[in-house]
Every structure is written in structure tokens, then in C-alpha cells.
Design a protein around this ligand. Structure first.
Ligand code: NAD
Length: 686
């Protein structure tokens, strides 16, 4: 039989194999193929059907390309019903990942045998939808309410052993197909005919609370929990009907569209590492502070030999301690053993005071103080100490990468690798292309990013690149609102309400007010022409010494870790407004959000217009992964498309009337609004 599903009947067993590379999604052709294979098994009088996948997956869910369209027949729920009611047992031989619709197919089988490396889950909520082919009704009947709430409500993916423990798998076998041919069918009714678990209002309430905390603002997890709850109170048929209805409604929701957009953008960004470049086998990291130690630790985890450089013995001591702390943490969290951690530190790391005894390396990354002079000195030394072939990279957050590149004699092998803190955890990596960086150097950096499992975003050179440039603008917009009538706690609350994980002032208290202060100083804001300087934040730092949580006070007062608004800060805010002759007025939360997010969007369009980012979707990924912009809103650029670009233009024009120094409609935004273009599709060249 041609097509993506094959059926071979042998010795009374019909072996049905789904072969739809790369990951056996349940496309329309697969659904049709399954129907035909079942027909064939029935016609041949097989006594059992074994269902499996070719390659490394069983079935990895639905075809995401079909998500936005109306469903086409045959529908998966109908095939699943047929499998469940099939006249002879259907056994799932789960050779690899069984996700989403794949697990729903397996749930309807009479037994499930998993390969040891199989992964299982119903991750639909992470795409803004709920399982739509019986998962929310069959899973609780099979594994109980608690396990089903956690798997479906969180979209958690588990391994074969955990699945066996909760009763989702009947057995684990190295060769699940062979075992499935003769596996004794368990003495229990079909999954859908199992008794529903008893209702547990307290358990359901706890799951709802958890979901609200984990993914504030998201609809799908709550709907999924409701559906699992419904399985305890309704018949299978009623539950399936409710599930389908919820699934179809959510599929066309704004949140699902946003989450799909992010999913595809991530996939595109991560695919960049597959094209060319060479593998890094050894590295030098200069500066073993917060960032340098994290970067070194991440590299060593890939088996890369790392030489860590500090300028004096005390620095070397601190660097050693920083690295040891990261390993100790990994041991504590069960990620490695004490023995393995010790061995890795002993074999993969060397520590150096200066550049005299550096081994040759494929890559050197600098993470010293944020100072142009210091950085240029470091690169002059690296340039002299390392072979011509070594790629040199700076982890600067803001500084001009083109100017740093001037310090080296190999500018084609120079670039920025802007990691985010903590460097071994955060998935975002801005890859900064200097004027001189060669394509080969970029390809090697992207290849390394892929090995590190990072989301690499290519960016051109400007102050703060993509993320910190937008952050600076966003904070400035919020500071202006303080001058005009808002207070820090209100701004934070409004933006949290929008879905930001934290408000801008809470974030500053966490990271330290001194960092932004130094940055404003470097940019010369106080005396800058054509710029609306807001003195509040500088006054807080200079007059009060309140630098955030680390000094026990910042934008907020802290009492044992609990933040409360500060009368001192409020007084400074009001004094500065009076000094500037501004009549303060009330701001609604809605207005705060509209202004703050519009400023992100304006800056985003400028970044795209200048070619700093290649695609609008890249800007979305940077803000989601580096700055906790709500994923379910799709990032600022996608969100702007949902609001409507014409509406964004109208808003910016209105803000510009009040404050022409701060606002202006970028040409690209005006054109995109006029031509009805979607920001998701905008590329730098347009
Ligand atoms: P840090 O102060 O924790 O570490 C800097 C380290 O560099 C210190 O251990 C110091 O001893 C060492 N050092 C200073 N001058 C040196 C020299 N000439 N030679 C060798 N070692 C030297 O700072 P950090 O937070 O790790 O930041 C380092 C760099 O990373 C900065 O450029 C910063 O902008 C950038 N960065 C920081 C973050 C962050 O969130 N902290 C995020 C992204 C990028």
C-alpha cells in the first residue's frame, strides 16, 4: 500500500506502521491511511492489530500546518472511536514520542507497550488548545484524576517509566512491536468504558490555582482542567462532545494563534544551527563572574574544554568558586552526581591568571566588566595569545561591537554572543553580527547555539541590540508616566495585569538600580539634546542609595522580602513633577499598558527598519525569552498585529502630539499599516 500508513498481515496479526517523516504527525493523509489499514486488517480477518510508528516517533501530534484551517475528514476522534470499538484488540507499540493526538490514539488501544526511550504527553495547552480527540476523557479513566490533571493541565511530557508507574503503559520493552504481537490483553474494558474517577473538587481547585500561577492569563490550562473535571461527572459521550466543542473554540482563539506563532518562530530560529559552520571543541572564557562562570559551565556540559581567565589570583579564586557553586547546585537538583561533577571540573576546566599559559582554542568569549577600555584591552591580549583561527566573541550587553572588533587583527572572526543571565539556563542568545563578521563565523556560532539548545537570534549592532534597546525604551516610557501622574506600584500592577511576569520597577529592584544608572550615564541622558530626560531614577540612586533588594530598598520598601510602596519614592516622583511644571493626572491601567507596549512596538519597528533584526518574529522571541513578555500574547510585534497596526499608528500619533521628543511613527510601521501587512511576516528588507 502506498501512502504514509502501511499494513502487513502476518500470522494473524496486522502490523500497521505510520510512516510520515519526520515525526509522524496525524495529517489528513495519515488519518485516511489509518482508516484504510483498519479496513484491510478487518478484511484479512486478523486476530489483533499492532499499531506503531516508523523512525524515532510513534505519533508526535497533529500537523501544526493544519491548525489554522477548518478540520477535514476523516476526523481523528472518529478514527480513535473505531480503534476503541474494533472487533479485535488493537495494541499500541510505542516506539518513540507519543504526543497529543498520538497519545490519544494510544489511549484508545487495548494495551500499550513502550520502548524505554519513549516520551508521552498531552502538551496541547502549551499551544493554547486542549486535547481534541478524547485525551481529557480517557486519560483520567485510565490513570486517575490527579495524574490526568497534572499531565493535561500542565502539558507535561513524561518518560516511559513514569508512564508505567501511573498505569499509562502496560509494559516497557526494548522491541515493543515484537512484544505487542503476543502481549496478553489486560482483563479490563476498553479505556472509554472504564469507570470515571470520583470527583475531587479540592484537587481540581488546587490544579486551577497552580495553573493560574504558572501561566497567568492563559485560558487553555483552565479549560483543560475543567474538561478533566467533567470526566468525573458526565458520560464519556457527553465529555467527548464538550471536549470537541472546547477544542474547536480554542483553536481559533487569539491565544492559540499567538502560541502557534511563537512555536513556529522558535522552530525557525533553532533550525539556523543546522547549516554549516564547524564544531567548537575548546574554548577560552575571560572573566569568571556571574556570566563568565555560567557560560563556561554550559560549554563544559557539552564536553568542551574550557580555560577560564581572570587577571589576578583573587579573581581566579572567585571564578573557581563560582563554577563550583554551579556544579553543587546541579548535584543538589539531582542533575548529576557529586562524583561526576568533580570529575567534570577536574578534566574540562583550567584556570588562568592572565594569558601567558593559555592553550589554543576554537573560541574565546569575553565576559569582563562592561567597559569599552577594559574590553578592548582583553581582546588585544586574546588576539596576541590565541591562534589566528580562534573565533573571538564579546558578551557585552550594550557596547558597540564594531568598535571592539577594531581591537583585533581578525575582524572577520569576531562577533557578539549576548547570553542572558543565568547563562546556563536562559534559552535566548543574541548573536551580534559586526560589520566585519564573516558568514562562516556566524554559522559556527549558530551551530554552537544549537548544541547548547539555545534560541539564537541574529542581531546587528546598535546600543543594546534588540532586547536591551527595547527594554531601555520601555523603561523610559514608564518613567515618563511617573512624571505625569502614575506611581511605580501602579505601573507594575498594570503591566503584570497585561501578563508581564514582573513590572519594570520590580525587575529593577531585583537586578539592581545601579546597572540602569550606569547605562544612563554612559548614554549621557542628563545632557542629551532632543531627548526627554526624566531625573527620578537618577535621584533615587544618587540621593538615597537605594539600589534594590540587595540594599534592602529600591523602588519599593522591603520588610522581610515583602515589597510595599515607598513614601520616600512617591515624594521624589511628585517633587520632580512639580519641578518640571507638570500637573499630575490619573492614569488608568489600560492607558499605562497601551503606552508602555506601544513604545516597545515603536522601537521594534525601528529595529526592523534599521535591519538590526531580520524578522519581526525574532523581536517577539527576544522579548518573550529574555524579558518575560507573555508568550500567550505572541510577543510585542505579534500583539501589535492583533491590536491592529492602524490602531498602533493612531496611538503613537496621539502620544507624539503630547510628547514629540519621545514618539514618532516609524516609516515601516506606517507602510505596513497602510498595506495591511501582518507583522508576523515582516522582514528587514521590506
Ligand atoms: P561580574 O562582575 O559578575 O563579572 C565580571 C568578571 O570579570 C569578574 O569576575 C572580574 O574579576 C572579571 N574581570 C574584570 N576585568 C577583567 C580583566 N581585565 N581580565 C580578566 N577578568 C576580568 O559581571 P557579569 O554580570 O558577569 O557581566 C560580565 C559581562 O557580561 C558584562 O559585559 C555584562 O554587560 C555582560 N552581561 C551581563 C549580564 C547580566 O545579567 N549580569 C547579562 C548579559 C551580559
Amino acid at each position: 500500500m502506498s501512502g504514509p500508513v502501511h499494513c502487513v498481515v502476518d500470522d494473524g496479526v496486522a502490523l500497521v506502521t505510520i510512516d510520515n517523516p519526520p515525526v509522524n504527525v496525524t495529517s489528513q493523509a495519515v488519518r485516511q491511511g489509518l482508516q484504510r489499514a483498519l479496513d484491510q486488517a478487518e478484511a484479512a480477518g486478523a486476530g489483533r492489530v499492532v499499531l506503531t510508528g516508523a523512525g524515532k516517533t510513534f505519533i508526535a501530534g497533529a500537523d501544526a500546518r493544519e491548525f489554522a484551517a477548518a478540520p477535514v475528514e476523516p476526523h481523528l476522534p472518529d478514527i480513535i472511536r473505531r480503534i476503541e470499538a474494533f472487533p479485535v484488540p488493537v495494541v499500541a507499540a510505542i516506539n518513540g514520542a507519543a504526543l497529543g493526538g498520538g497519545l490519544e490514539v494510544a489511549l484508545a488501544c487495548r494495551a500499550r507497550i513502550a520502548a524505554p526511550g519513549a516520551t508521552l504527553g498531552l502538551p496541547e495547552v502549551t499551544l493554547g488548545i486542549v486535547p481534541g480527540a478524547g485525551g481529557t476523557q480517557r486519560l483520567p479513566r485510565l490513570v486517575g484524576l490527579e495524574a490526568a490533571l497534572s499531565l493535561i493541565g500542565e502539558g507535561r511530557i513524561i518518560n516511559a517509566h513514569e508512564a508505567e508507574d501511573i498505569g499509562l503503559m502496560d509494559a516497557i520493552a526494548a522491541d515493543p512491536v515484537t512484544v505487542a504481537r503476543t502481549f496478553p490483553i489486560p482483563d479490563r474494558p476498553a479505556t472509554g468504558a472504564l469507570p470515571a474517577p470520583p470527583p475531587d473538587p479540592a484537587g481540581v481547585e488546587a490544579a486551577r490555582k497552580q495553573a493560574g500561577k504558572r501561566s497567568p492569563g492563559q485560558i487553555a490550562p483552565l479549560k483543560a482542567i475543567d474538561l478533566v473535571d467533567a470526566s468525573t461527572r458526565q458520560s464519556l459521550d457527553a465529555g467527548l462532545a464538550l471536549e470537541r466543542e472546547t477544542f474547536l473554540t480554542l483553536k481559533t482563539s487569539d491565544q492559540a494563534a499567538a502560541l502557534r506563532h511563537v512555536f513556529f518562530a522558535e522552530r525557525a530560529a533553532m533550525a539556523q544551527g543546522k547549516g554549516g559552520g564547524t564544531d567548537i571543541g575548546s574554548a577560552v572564557v575571560v572573566g569568571g563572574g556571574t556570566m563568565g562562570a555560567g557560560i563556561a559551565y554550559a560549554l563544559a556540559g557539552l564536553g568542551i574544554a574550557v580555560a577560564l581567565v581572570e587577571s589576578d589570583a583573587a579573581g581566579v579564586g572567585r571564578a573557581r568558586a563560582n563554577v563550583a557553586r554551579l556544579y553543587a547546585d546541579a548535584v543538589k537538583r539531582g542533575k548529576t552526581t557529586a562524583g561526576a561533577a568533580e570529575a567534570e571540573q577536574a578534566t574540562r576546566f583550567s584556570f588562568h591568571e592572565g594569558y601567558g599559559a593559555l592553550p589554543p582554542a576554537d573560541l574565546a568569549i569575553e565576559a569582563v566588566f562592561e567597559d569599552m577600555g577594559v574590553k578592548r584591552e582583553v581582546f588585544t591580549a586574546l588576539d596576541a595569545a590565541l591562534p589566528e583561527s580562534t573565533i573571538l566573541a564579546t558578551n557585552t550587553s550594550y557596547l558597540d561591537v564594531n568598535r571592539i572588533a577594531e581591537a583585533v587583527r581578525r575582524p572577520e572572526r569576531f562577533l557578539g554572543l549576548h547570553f542572558f543571565s543565568p547563562a546556563h539556563v536562559m534559552k535566548l542568545l543574541e548573536v551580534i553580527r559586526a560589520r566585519t563578521t564573516s558568514a562562516e563565523t556566524l554559522a559556527t556560532a549558530l551551530r554552537l547555539a544549537a548544541r547548547l539548545k539555545k534560541i539564537p537570534i541574529l542581531a546587528g549592532v546598535c546600543d543594546g541590540f534588540i532586547g536591551n534597546r527595547i527594554l531601555t525604551r520601555y523603561r523610559q516610557t514608564c518613567d515618563i508616566m511617573l512624571m505625569e501622574g502614575a506611581l511605580p506600584a501602579q505601573v507594575d500592577r498594570a503591566l503584570r495585569g497585561f501578563g508581564m511576569a514582573m513590572g519594570p520597577y520590580e525587575v529593577q529592584d531585583l537586578s539592581g538600580l545601579d546597572i540602569a544608572y550606569a547605562n544612563r550615564k554612559r548614554l549621557g541622558w542628563r545632557t542629551k539634546d532632543g531627548f526627554r530626560y526624566i531625573p527620578i531614577a537618577d535621584r533615587v540612586v544618587e540621593e538615597t542609595g537605594r539600589l534594590g533588594r540587595k540594599t534592602g530598598a529600591g523602588w519599593y520598601d522591603y520588610d522581610g522580602g515583602k515589597a510595599s510602596p515607598s513614601t520616600l519614592i512617591d515624594r521624589i516622583v511628585v517633587e520632580e513633577a512639580v519641578r518640571a511644571g507638570i500637573a499630575r493626572r490619573a492614569f488608568s491601567d489600560e492607558e499605562i499598558v497601551a503606552r508602555a507596549i506601544s513604545s516597545m512596538v515603536e522601537e521594534g519597528f525601528r529595529i526592523l527598519e534599521e535591519g538590526i533584526a531580520a524578522r519581526a518574529a525574532d523581536i517577539d522571541l527576544v522579548m518573550i525569552h529574555g524579558y518575560a513578555f507573555p508568550r500567550w500574547r505572541g510577543g510585542p510585534m505579534h500583539h501589535a498585529g492583533r491590536v491592529g497596526l492602524s490602531e498602533i499608528v493612531r496611538r503613537i500619533e496621539a502620544f507624539a502630539v503630547e510628547d514629540p521628543l519621545s514618539w514618532g511613527v516609524p516609516e515601516l510601521l506606517r507602510r505596513a499599516a497602510q498595506e495591511g501587512l501582518s507583522p508576523d511576516d515582516l522582514k528587514a528588507s521590506q
